[in-house]
Design a protein around this ligand. Structure first.
Ligand code: SF4
Ligand code: SF4
Length: 160
């Protein structure tokens, strides 16, 4: 899976503060998406990832697509601390204005979508009127934002 702007993490390895938070031990976005610039397939860790630690090439020219990516938890203080992506096995991306929020579920934890934390994240966005797309390894679900009309068509800037 490739998402434009995917995968950066200015604080991942250095633990310096970028935006609101630091990634800490989370490396989930080094696993789920396909990243052509490395290259890496979706649903498997990047060859440079030190799982639970950070990016092994953080200071050695990681791809721009990694530099530019931030999940929503990293930059949105309205998302509770305890919803850090590695702890709830999913991360949210996008959703400014009327855009669709994408929620990517760790394939090792497919039932995370049914967890209290998952419901909190997903319903939190829907209650704000965001449409939500929940992506698991096998299924993509579209969930309409509360109070919104279901769109006839969605233009997405990523492909599976
Ligand atoms: S999913 Fe978010 S918190 Fe986790 S490593 Fe990626 S940017 Fe950091
Ligand atoms: S290059 Fe670094 S930041 Fe990019 S996916 Fe690999 S481990 Fe993660």
């Amino acid at each position: 899976m490739q998402e434009r702007g995917q995968h950066s993490n200015r604080s991942r390895a250095s633990k310096d503060n970028f935006g609101v938070r630091s990634c800490g031990e989370c490396t989930l976005c080094c696993k789920i998406p396909r990243i052509e610039d490395i290259p890496k397939p979706s649903w498997s860790y990047c060859m440079h990832c030190k799982v639970g630690v950070g990016c092994g090439i953080y200071h050695k020219g990681r791809p721009e697509v990694c530099v530019d990516f931030t999940c929503n938890w990293l930059i949105d203080k309205n998302i509770p601390d305890n919803l850090r992506p590695d702890k709830i096995h999913m991360y949210a991306h996008g959703g400014k204005g009327d855009a669709v929020v994408k929620i990517m579920i760790d394939d090792d934890h497919p039932n995370a979508i049914n967890s209290d934390a998952g419901a909190c994240l997903i319903e939190g966005y829907r209650s704000m009127g965001n449409h939500v797309i929940v992506v698991t390894k096998d299924i993509i679900r579209f969930l309409c934002g509360h109070g919104r009309e279901k769109p006839a068509k969605l233009d997405l800037d990523w492909t599976l």
